[in-house]
Design a protein around this ligand. Structure first.
Ligand code: G6Q
Length: 545
């Protein structure tokens, strides 16, 4: 299937015609015409409730989008992923994050080998290790129990663990501290360790390849910091460092005993790895049982995606609606607005998941696409965002579809504050859909000259996802919902959602510039005039220091 066959396909053209025919249709009109819309355009799966009624879509729209999904082979591709086929074609790899949360009883074959027992063997080792650390049985070099855990990693080896730790803080060990170091900016490491005692600190070095500049640099800084405080005895490393990686050779080279290494596999993409051993910090924080509950949530959404009928399939619906806005309304972004302070890092996590997966410009066969692919995801927790960028969503000139995420029960009730939070969520979706019309503004006694400024046109589409409570399980369902929605979009665009060649380029580039900044002798610079000048300026400042 090439790029051409998408934009020239009958299904795509039918959607384009339908989009033109819908011109002038408003959400108000759609709701006025159908009193059941708010209870009909909903779907439930794995404990999540999705209200997609406030979208600029009719039954016909949804029917046409479903036809597109069928014609583009979304279900065939989904089944191929679950089966372990090598659907990451440019890296010739299977895409099996779903195996990370498969129950022990399942069988998933990669190159003829059932990977489920391996997954559970690692989970069991992680659990045994976590129990030892959490109970105080695991001692540091000087005999003290571990009180601080620092996870070092970047990108896919960091964003998931950070997000999950923040999201599940309520369930975490409050007498231990958990920190994350990712940036090669030394500030990150220095600030994370400045008040800690190395005797009580455990480092988890998370890197799939174990060759990433930032992570290895920070890991070496951690090693030096530790040895300096612990009297320089190399044997301390074994007590204060564990590794999560697929690369045993490099782990050994670094000096970490492979007995203290937790593995994963090349069929787990970095941004799909928070439920692998990369989540060791999450397990240490919330305990093995809660971690398994989280895996249960992921698996429940996997099963929903795999088996629920198309018209009630949450990831499919969300993926298709995203295509609808991205490709027909030319919306460039999607805002994700969790009304939960614990989910403050969820939008950042989703940015990698969505944009690294679907930020691609060629189809699987290398043809340049002639349609827009991955939209820009962004967001902040509500209600904070309401006092900053929501203005543009309400009254700006761009169409920004939004996902509102809310919880029916608070984890940290404080008087009636949760009601206020949820009232804001619900009111925002209403205001975005129906706005404030000139006659309403006038009726409030607004002078004529001010009326246009106060009008909110409405017609701003939103999804609302309601969840009973933020738990390890529900977090798993939410993450898997977006993983599979990304999958649906990638399958329709016929791109490889599982490679990241742009990231690889970034990994190589700096290596050339590093010696040019550091060399004592003036280097011969062969870059463009801007890059050359920036390097010279930095060198001059470095020399003057
Ligand atoms: C994720 C990307 C990327 C990766 C980091 C860290 O899908 O590939 O974000 O996770 O570059 O890579 P390592 O885990 O190999 O250090």
């Amino acid at each position: 299937m090439s790029a051409k066959t998408l934009s020239t396909s009958a299904e795509w053209k039918a959607l384009a015609r339908h989009w033109r025919a819908l011109h002038g249709t408003t959400l108000k009109g759609l709701f006025d015409a159908d009193a059941t819309r708010g209870t009909r355009f909903v779907a439930d799966g794995a404990g999540l409730h999705l209200d997609y009624s406030k979208n600029l879509a009719t039954d016909e729209t949804l029917g046409l989008l479903q036809k597109l999904a069928k014609a583009r082979g979304v279900f065939t591709r989904r089944d191929a992923m679950f089966r372990g086929d090598k659907i990451n074609e440019t890296e010739k790899r299977a895409v099996l994050h779903v195996a990370l949360r498969a129950p022990r009883s399942e069988r998933i074959l990669v190159d003829g080998v059932d990977v489920v027992p391996e997954v559970h063997a690692v989970l069991d080792r992680m659990a045994a290790f976590s129990n030892k650390v959490r109970s105080g049985e695991w001692r540091g070099h000087s005999g003290k129990p571990i009180r601080n855990v620092i996870s070092i990693g970047i990108g896919g080896s960091d964003l998931g663990p950070v997000m999950a730790y923040e999201a599940l803080k309520h369930y975490s060990r409050r007498d231990m501290s958990f920190r994350f170091v990712s940036n090669v900016d030394p500030t990150d490491f220095v600030e994370a360790t400045r008040d800690l005692d190395a005797e009580e600190t455990l480092f988890i070095v998370c890197s799939k390849t174990f060759t990433t500049l930032e992570t290895l640099t920070n890991a070496h800084a951690a090693r030096d910091w530790c040895l300096q405080q612990l009297g320089g005895d190399e044997r301390a490393v074994a007590k204060h460092f564990v590794a999560v990686s697929t690369n045993a050779t490099e782990v050994e080279k670094f000096g970490i005993d492979t007995a203290n290494m937790f593995g994963f596999w090349d069929w787990v993409g970095g941004r799909y790895s928070m439920d692998s051993a990369i989540g060791l910090s999450t397990m240490l924080a919330i305990g093995p049982d809660a971690f398994r509950e989280m895996l249960g949530g992921f698996h429940a959404m996997d099963e929903h995606f795999r088996t629920a009928p198309a018209e009630k399939n949450l990831p499919l619906l969300m993926g298709l609606l995203s295509i609808w806005y991205n490709n027909f309304f030319a919306a460039q972004t999607v805002a994700v607005l969790p009304y939960a302070q614990y989910l403050k890092r969820f939008p950042a996590y989703l940015q990698q998941l969505t944009m690294e997966s679907n930020g691609k410009h060629v189809t699987l066969d290398g043809t340049r696409v002639d349609y827009a692919t991955g939209p820009i995801y962004w967001g902040e927790p509500g209600s904070n965002g309401q006092h900053s960028f929501y203005q543009l969503i309400h009254q700006g000139t761009r169409l920004i579809p939004c996902d509102f995420i809310g919880f029916e029960h608070a984890l940290t009730p404080l008087g009636g504050q949760h009601d206020l939070l949820m009232a804001n969520l619900i009111a925002q979706t209403e205001a975005l859909a129906f706005g404030k019309m000139p006659e309403q503004v006038r009726a409030e006694g607004t002078p004529d000259w001010l009326v246009p400024h106060r009008v909110c046109a409405g017609n701003r589409p939103t999804n609302t996802i309601l969840v009973e409570r933020l738990t390890p399980y529900s977090l798993g369902t939410l993450v898997a919902l977006y993983e599979h929605s990304v999958f649906v979009q990638g399958a329709i665009w016929n791109i490889d959602s599982f490679d990241q060649w742009g990231v690889e380029l970034g990994k190589q580039l700096a290596n050339k510039v590093i010696p040019q900044l550091r060399d004592a002798r003036e280097p011969k610079l062969g870059h463009d005039s801007s890059t050359n000048a920036l390097i010279r300026r930095y060198r001059a400042a470095r020399k003057a220091n």
